[in-house]
Design a protein around this ligand. Structure first.
Ligand code: ADP
Ligand code: MG
Length: 706
């Protein structure tokens, strides 16, 4: 057989046919290299061998014994149980049991010497020791080697053994055998990590680290292995994070070198900002505006993220930044993730900016084509100073006369890749990304590693913490009586429905029915409104306006209100089927109330609940702190699901795990920054560049280094 290469497709390996290759491809494993980077899930210490007479029921143990006999019997329901009796020189006997184990008779024959690993149990009638489905290994020479035994002797038992997540029918055991074989056959990979980085840290060579991660040396600390902190494991994780951070540092530097606009912050600009402000900004708002203004005055393009919990007043800061751009003769664009949020922003910015003479315009997909043409012309000729649209705005053929600032409202929907689309569009305007998801620091470093970050960590004065309560569906009247009390006191309420089983239609129906029910049966004397995603834009706008003006007392809605809606007079948020929402989403929804001085309430109504659902509800009741909520969410769901890896641009790591390895990530980050600084313009950095371009661009698509 030809030499096995890293790039050899898996299906050409001995023992892997098209079917198994397909299973592996389903996990993203195409080539030998992919499989070599398939990491153990955990490790088991099978190294201490015992004699059968020394075994105690309940323990996990490895024994070496000979097959004395095999029996097979039928059980009810047609399955078969195969029992194999083993003896060793201590004189003890042990029964191995396999359900559906007809194949065992093909592998084990009387007289064979076998090593067994499994949990020792005591059979109640016969008082004999047994193991159910023990892992085994043939120790006699001459045994037919099949795929499972590729690795040779002493692989599955009698040592510290890696346990892999099985892939369909490909068991951990088969993977172990395959990997062991591959590590012997493949030409070792050389180190890509610059020696200037690896030497001072005394990192093991890559290939050695890879081998030891799969097959730890005898005597390795199993505890460290299972914490993924042996030197070998550290080496692999560190390198992966190093390249990621290196790419991000380079990208950030490149962005800094692009020509941008140096805005001027003079007396007139300051006066205009003062005239616009409806209230005095909080200390945190002042601080972040200063950071933003300093960036805007630099001649390189700004790339800054504005992070702040819901209701912390990000939009006001964005309006201040827009004034800086507009007073300098530039236009500003505001991009929102949904059309309804774009409408909300337009109203908000118009209210603040139009009185000062800045023309604000909304440009969305639902504009008629004639209307669109007219509006586009207004943008092109510079009549519109601030243009609000959805994220699609910049992908359409909208020509700005002089675009200076782009404000992207992501809330908690991540559109990181779109951000870079934007950057490549001709001149480089300054970019401010607003997000309401307080991302834990390690994730922010990764996802937004090339952005500067400003954080608003203070709510406007006079806000009272929202009181959050859990209400079982059977006690729904408690919710309605609180709504009644608040409306009687002059306030307003939201009642929100989740997307039931991913179906916008079902949620809409549930919301419609609830509106009927509330209007006719519960609050006949009040005005109950409806808002959902499928309504015509005009109808949506009307419903929102009526709610803003206080004509609608109770707004029944699907999750379209999740982001951005700002009605400070609303003090109650009732969330139906709250168990069906993710934590961040619940927190966003809760953020729709508590925006004024009055005490606000969030009522989480639940029907049946999973343990996860229960934990989410408890976290919500326990804290109003968005950072803590985000941490919990991350622990419950994991970063991949939380951010939707593809969509967020968050890479799928092979070795590292953002939750488990955040300390290594930070370490790698500081090493990467030091490396790039130290080797600026030198061949080491050039080589790293090349490596990143070749290996990371394709894999993560996020390293667009020049
Ligand atoms: P975010 O976008 O961060 O969720 P918003 O900018 O929508 O928050 O502000 C939430 C509410 O608080 C709005 O009604 C806004 O007008 C109000 N607000 C913002 N800043 C202040 C402030 N400094 N003092 C009082 N109210 C404020
Ligand atoms: Mg907002």
């Amino acid at each position: 057989m030809a030499q096995v290469q890293l790039s050899t497709p898996l299906q050409f390996l001995r023992g892997i046919g098209a079917a198994r290759a397909k299973l592996m491809a389903g996990r993203g494993l195409q080539t030998v290299a992919d499989l070599l980077f398939y990491m153990p899930l955990r490790y088991e210490d099978r190294s201490s061998q015992k004699r059968i007479r020394e075994l105690a029921p309940g323990e996990m143990a490895t024994v070496m014994a000979r097959v004395t006999s095999l029996h097979s019997k039928s059980l009810r329901k047609g399955s078969r149980l195969t029992e194999v009796v083993f003896h060793d020189e201590s004189g003890g006997s042990l029964v191995g049991k396999w359900f559906h184990g007809a194949w065992v008779a093909d592998v084990l024959r009387p007289g064979m010497l076998v090593s067994l690993y499994g949990k020792v149990e005591l059979e109640s009638y016969s008082r004999s020791l047994c193991m159910l489905h023990p892992d085994y290994e043939l120790l006699d020479a001459g045994a037919e080697a099949d795929l499972e035994d590729l690795g040779g002797q002493g692989l599955h038992t009698g040592r510290i053994v890696p346990v892999y997540s099985s892939i369909g029918k490909i068991s951990s055991r088969m993977l172990r055998g395959l990997l062991h074989g591959l590590l012997e056959q493949v030409e070792p990979m050389t180190d890509a990590l610059p020696s200037a980085v690896s030497e001072p840290l005394r990192l093991k060579p890559f290939w050695q680290a890879l081998r030891e991660t799969h097959f730890p040396e005898p005597g390795a600390a199993v505890r460290d292995l299972n914490r993924f902190r042996t030197d070998a494991q550290f080496r692999l994780i560190f390198e992966e994070f190093f390249w990621l951070e290196c790419g991000l540092v380079l990208k950030r530097r490149r962005a800094r070198r692009e020509p941008g606009i140096a805005f001027e912050l003079n007396h007139r600009v300051r006066e205009q900002i003062k005239r616009m402000l409806p209230f005095s900004p909080t200390g945190a708002q002042k601080r972040v505006l200063k950071q933003i203004a300093e960036d805007m005055c630099e001649p390189s393009p700004m790339l800054r993220m504005l992070q702040g919990d819901v209701g912390s007043g990000k939009t006001l800061v964005a309006a201040e930044a827009a004034i800086i751009a507009m007073e300098n003769g530039y236009q500003a664009a505001v991009l929102a993730p949904t059309e309804i949020l774009a409408q909300q922003h337009e109203l908000y910015f118009r209210r603040l900016l139009q009185p000062l003479g800045y023309e604000v315009l909304l440009l969305t997909g639902s504009n008629g084509s004639r209307e669109k043409t007219i509006k586009k012309r207004a943008v092109e000729h510079g009549l519109a100073r601030l243009v609000v649209g959805t994220h699609a705005l910049l992908q359409e053929d909208v020509a700005f006369q002089k675009l200076g600032l782009v404000i992207i409202d992501e809330q908690h929907r991540f559109g990181v890749m779109q951000r870079f689309e934007l950057m490549r569009k001709g001149v480089s305007p300054d970019v401010l990304v607003m997000t309401a998801t307080p991302i834990p620091r390690t994730l922010a470093l990764t996802i937004y590693g090339d952005l500067e970050v400003s954080v608003i960590d203070e709510l406007p004065a006079g806000r009272k913490p929202i009181e959050t309560r859990h209400i079982p569906e059977s006690h729904i009247e408690m919710a309605w009586s609180l709504v009644r009390r608040e409306v009687d006191a002059g306030h307003q309420a939201y009642v929100v429905y989740p997307l039931v089983e991913e179906s916008e239609n079902a949620a809409r129906k549930a919301a419609e029915q609830m509106r009927q029910h509330l209007q006719h049966d519960v609050f006949p004397d009040l005005c109950v409104g409806l808002l959902h995603g499928r309504m015509k834009p005009d109808d949506k706008e009307r419903a929102m306006d009526e709610f803003k003006r206080g004509e609608i007392h109770i707004l029944v809605a699907t999750t379209v209100v999740e982001v951005g809606v700002d009605v400070p007079n609303a003090t109650v948020m009732v969330i139906e089927h709250a168990e069906g929402f993710g934590l961040s989403q619940l927190h966003q929804l809760r953020g729709r109330v508590g925006r004024g001085k009055a005490q606000s309430y969030c009522l989480l109504v639940t029907a049946r609940m999973s343990p996860d659902g229960e934990q989410r509800i408890q976290s919500m009741v326990a804290t109003n702190d968005g950072f803590r909520i985000a941490e919990t969410d991350l622990q419950l769901r994991g970063p991949g699901e939380l951010f939707g890896t593809k969509q967020s641009g968050l890479p799928a790591f092979r070795f590292g795990d953002l939750l488990r390895d955040h300390d290594i990530l930070e370490h790698a980050r500081s090493e990467a920054m030091a490396f790039v600084d130290r080797f600026d313009g030198k061949s080491e950095l050039h080589a790293a560049h090349e490596y990143l371009r070749e290996h990371w661009q394709r894999r993560y698509g996020l390293v667009l280094v020049a």
